[in-house]
Unconditional design. Structure first.
Length: 126
C-alpha cells in the first residue's frame, strides 16, 4: 500500500484566526479553501515541502471531524481491508464532486480517520 501523505485535521470555530496563525506565524500557504456540506475546509501547505500540511475544518460538529487524513494510492483496497478487519466505517466510500474518493473509519482509539485519494486529472498528475 502506498501512503502519499498524512495530514492532521484541526477543527476550528475561528477559521480566520486559525488561518492567520498557520500562515502568518508558521509560514504555511493556503492551498485549498472550499465549502464541504455545512463545513469549510482549508488546507495550508509548507512552501518548501508540499507534503507538510495542516487542514482546518470549520462550521461542523468538532467530534465529527476526522482527526487525521491519510492519502493513499488505492482507497478502494484500503476500504476492503478496513471492512475485513472489522473497522467501524462512519462515512461510506464515496467519490465527491470535487475530485476526492474517500471514506472515514474509526481506529481502535476512537479517532476518525479520513482515507482518501484524489481522482481524475489531479491524481494522474501526482
Amino acid at each position: 500500500m502506498k501512503v502519499r501523505r498524512v495530514v492532521p485535521n484541526i477543527p476550528t470555530m475561528e477559521m480566520n484566526d486559525s488561518r492567520a496563525f498557520y500562515a502568518d506565524v508558521l509560514g504555511l500557504e493556503v492551498a485549498m479553501d472550499r465549502p464541504l456540506g455545512g463545513q469549510r475546509i482549508m488546507t495550508l501547505v509548507s512552501p518548501d515541502n508540499p507534503t507538510a500540511q495542516v487542514t482546518l475544518v470549520g462550521g461542523g460538529a468538532p467530534e465529527a471531524v476526522p482527526t487525521v487524513t491519510v492519502e493513499v494510492a488505492d482507497p478502494d483496497a484500503v476500504f476492503e481491508r478496513a471492512r475485513a478487519h472489522g473497522a467501524r466505517i462512519v462515512y461510506p466510500l464515496t467519490t465527491e464532486p470535487f475530485g476526492v474518493r474517500h471514506f472515514h473509519a474509526v481506529d481502535p482509539n476512537g479517532v476518525i480517520v479520513n482515507v482518501m485519494a484524489h481522482v481524475g486529472a489531479v491524481n494522474e498528475a501526482r
